[in-house]
Design a protein around this ligand. Structure first.
Ligand code: HEC
Length: 164
């Protein structure tokens, strides 16, 4: 697996990557969110869903959910990975520099991820949908409590709408 820390080490050789402590396994929180947390959550959120679109003026509804054991396992694995990421976010390297309350949210994410894993193991699409909603509310709650410190000038707002 290529970790952000690994690529940071590579960048260090070029003498940039300046103010990033080396003991952050996934780089800054911003990098970890963009490179690990969001893509992993997207796997979970994308697993079960429904859509409706007009084709030749007629509504066409589509539902999807994992079909094979391997597909269900991949969904459960994404929840396990989210829990690991949550625990890393709650570790001293990431938590120490944050205000009080940070670990409440990382623990909340770990718990939501555990419920999400159980839902995937039960192979119940409704439970996965529900657990995905709970996950999303934990993401949002932390983002409200800990907004980005200094948004880059002209940065696009980040779209974290669940992919369903
Ligand atoms: C413990 C708090 C916390 C939790 C829980 C959390 N985030 Fe974040 N997230 C942050 C912080 C802090 C930032 C802002 C980082 C910065 O820009 O300095 C952020 C930023 C982001 C970004 C923007 C990254 C960028 O490119 O600027 C995305 C996307 C994101 N989070 C996704 C998620 C998702 C998806 C979840 C839930 C599965 C989640 N986050 C849960 C704290 C959290």
């Amino acid at each position: 697996m290529i970790t952000v820390a690994g690529s940071c080490a590579a960048v260090l050789l070029l003498a940039s990557c300046a103010d990033e402590p080396a003991d952050l396994p996934y780089g800054t929180v911003q990098q970890m969110m963009a490179n690990e947390v969001q893509p992993t959550a997207d796997i979970y959120w994308g697993a079960v869903g429904s859509s409706s679109e007009l084709i030749d003026g007629k509504p066409v509804n589509r539902d999807w959910q994992p079909e094979t054991d391997a597909e269900w396992q991949a969904v459960a694995a994404s929840a396990v990975k989210l829990r690991e990421l949550a625990n890393t976010l709650g570790s001293p390297a990431y938590a120490e520099v944050r205000a009080e309350g940070w670990t409440d949210f990382t623990e909340g994410l770990a718990q939501a991820a555990t419920r999400a894993e159980e839902a995937a193991k039960s192979k119940n699409p409704d439970a996965v949908f529900e657990a995905g909603g709970t996950l999303y509310s934990v993401c949002s709650a932390c983002h409200q409590a800990f907004p980005p410190e200094a948004p880059a000038a002209g940065a696009e707002p980040v779209d974290m709408t669940p992919n369903r």
